[in-house]
Design a protein around this ligand. Structure first.
Ligand SMILES: [Zn+2]
Ligand SMILES: [Zn+2]
Length: 349
């Protein structure tokens, strides 16, 4: 048994497509003290790869944050086995809303300083003093009341394709920027009731304690995030107050919550909420592109990148430098989604 993957991306995707069984996409996180994250990581990797699980998992001294796909016929035994880790016992598991099981094509478990790259100095505030957790139904009741402030704690490219009606959606590129913008812009209304939400709830744990530390009196957060909200609302047969798509950090890039398309193609402006990465690997920009523009630009973010697909090998060497000067290494930053979208088509911004 090996501790790391050894196939190419192409081979792995092909293997995934050829699988004769279904997969279930799940996610979970927990803030829990792990004495030896590397050791724990290796333990999980051996266990989960033997069960043929895929996913992206971060392990840190402060806990675990996992997005995974589990072969559906192994799901029950996977969940049972999870119970045997003291650190992971009784952890709430969230199931994906729109799930074709093709969310991941390999298992990656990384040891990181933190389970969410939030850029915050945790020593500066009490991270255990978090806001009140609201169930989907509680959140649903409060979300459109006039005295309540609803704040989307995700980045701009996430809230662009879907958000709660009337929510404040800061134009932030990173969580750190987001959290500071929110604390600053709401500094005059620290007594108001604030409702925070994010994808699966993990970012709100940090955000709520940060806001409480900065004197906000009534901080509440959606427990389990949009994923759990969507699931419970469906079960309760309530109309979703979240409109559009929930951005997810896997191969699917998004799952539709109420079927509405609220975003626009960054190239032609037509209604569209499909995120793609620019087909020019030197660029790799994450942006919204309709199928018509995908054809026209061959999956690229503009003429420059499309032309780059067709240059000779020598010219490509020159282009590598040009693009690196212009964009830096986008791939190093989680598919480049931290980059601003503003240079694509300024007229649509
Ligand atoms: Zn378009
Ligand atoms: Zn591009």
């Amino acid at each position: 048994m090996e501790l790391y993957n050894r196939y190419s991306r192409k081979e792995l995707i092909q293997k995934l497509m050829d699988e004769p069984f279904e997969r279930t996409t799940i996610s979970f996180y927990r803030y829990v003290r792990l004495a030896d994250p590397q050791d724990f990581r290796n333990l999980l990797f051996l266990d989960w790869s033997s069960q043929n699980c895929f996913g992206r998992i971060y392990v840190a001294r402060e806990g675990i944050n996992a997005q995974m796909s589990v072969p559906t016929h192994h799901l029950q035994s996977f969940l049972d086995k999870l119970q045997q880790y003291v650190e992971l016992k009784d952890m709430p598991i969230k199931f994906a809303v729109e799930d074709n099981g093709k969310s991941f094509y390999k298992l990656t478990i990384k040891v990181r300083p933190k389970i969410v790259a939030d850029g915050l100095d945790d020593q500066a505030f009490d991270t255990t003093d978090v806001g009140r957790h609201l169930t989907a139904a509680e959140f649903h009741r409060l979300v459109d009341q006039p005295d309540v402030l609803v704040v989307d704690m995700r980045n701009h490219y996430e809230s662009e394709i879907g958000h709660f009606k009337g929510a404040i959606c800061p134009q932030a590129d990173t969580f750190r920027e987001e959290i500071e913008m929110v604390a600053d812009q709401l500094s005059d209304v620290k007594d108001r009731k604030i409702l925070l939400y994010c994808t699966g709830g993990v970012r709100c744990e940090k955000a709520s304690s940060y806001l409480r530390h900065h004197g906000f009196k009534d901080v509440n957060q959606l427990h389990g995030g949009i994923i759990e909200y969507a699931r419970q609302i469906k079960q309760l047969k309530l109309e979703s107050k979240f409109i559009g798509k929930n951005f997810v950090f896997d191969e699917r890039l998004g799952e539709s919550i109420n079927g509405e398309v609220i975003a626009h193609c960054h190239q032609c402006g037509n209604a569209c909420d499909t995120h793609v990465n620019c087909a020019n690997n030197l660029c790799h920009l994450l942006f919204i592109q309709c199928s018509e523009c995908a054809r026209r630009y061959e999956g690229c973010c503009g003429d420059e990148c499309r032309d780059a697909l067709h240059v000779s090998a020598e010219d490509r060497q020159l282009l590598v430098q040009t693009f690196q000067r212009k964009f830096g290494n986008r791939k190093a930053f989680r598919k480049g989604i931290n980059q601003k979208l503003s240079f694509i088509k300024p007229e649509h911004e």
